[in-house]
Design a protein around this ligand. Structure first.
Ligand SMILES: O=c1ccn([C@@H]2O[C@H](COP(=O)(O)O)[C@@H](O)[C@H]2O)c(=O)[nH]1
Length: 237
């Protein structure tokens, strides 16, 4: 089994501006969940939003999925850590030198920020992956990129919880599996292809469940979060 954190939910704050994000966050007590700042909110509101959420006592996953040459990526990862992010990420398909340089740059500068890598986006299926020129099956590609990520010294990967059981069999217990594409039974699939319920994701070895629209677009976001937490408690009892 993996070393599950007590509160595994990472809420994706995919809001158009800081005011909307903070209106949601102000209803939460720190420690109840982690928060994710992604490309939309970061591009609209800048690094200040990470500092604000961190000062409120939340762990912030800055999900900018860097993918560039090693030096550029490493400097961007360092900048993300300097903002106070608890977790940052790159695309594993950027390759070993890019990942090794990024983790080295973080540690050389005294950061213990978690660095993880995206394997195959949870919005992709077999056919879409093939169209990008990858000839491995989707599961083979996830396994291949997760192994490369682990060999490059990173802390974990972003994958679908559909791949969690497979990865848990071969990767160390403390290697983090961060899984978007989480859909409780009451939520719509939207553009996600490889979806799993919160309870099943934890059962199969996910460490963190990234959940956006099922909470943020719900009629009552706090009630949606409470329902998900209840499902998690039941799965653990
Ligand atoms: O493979 C990936 C990597 C990142 N994401 C991000 O997670 C959230 C999921 O939001 P939902 O609304 O629950 O679908 C979103 O911010 C994505 O950018 C992902 O979905 N898949």
């Amino acid at each position: 089994m993996s070393l599950h954190p007590e509160n595994p939910v990472i809420v994706a704050l995919d809001y158009a501006d800081a005011a909307q994000a903070l209106a949601f966050v102000d209803q939460l007590e720190p420690g109840r969940c982690q928060l994710k700042v992604g490309k939309e909110l970061f591009t609209r509101s800048g690094p200040a939003i990470v500092e604000t959420l961190t000062k409120k006592g939340f762990n912030v996953f800055l999900d900018l999925k860097f993918h560039d040459i090693p030096n550029t990526t490493a400097q961007a990862v360092l900048a993300a850590a300097d903002c106070g992010a608890w977790m940052v990420n790159v695309h594993a398909s950027g390759g070993r030198p890019m990942m090794e340089e990024s983790v080295k740059r973080l540690r050389d500068n005294g950061h213990n920020t978690l660095l993880i890598a995206v394997t195959v986006l949870t919005s992709m299926n077999e056919q879409q992956l093939k169209e990008t020129g990858v000839n491995y099956s989707l599961r083979e590609q996830v396994l291949h990129l997760a192994s490369l990520t682990e060999q490059s010294g990173l802390d974990g990967v972003v994958c679908s919880a559909q791949e969690a059981l497979m990865l848990r069999e071969v990767l160390p217990l403390d290697f983090k599996l961060v899984t978007p594409g989480i859909r409780p039974s009451f939520a719509e699939k939207g553009d996600q292809m490889r979806i799993v319920t919160p309870a099943q994701a934890l059962k199969d070895g996910s460490d963190y469940l990234v959940i956006g629209r099922p909470i943020t677009k719900a009629e009552d976001p706090m009630q949606a979060l409470a329902l998900i937490e209840a499902e998690i408690r039941a799965a653990r009892s």
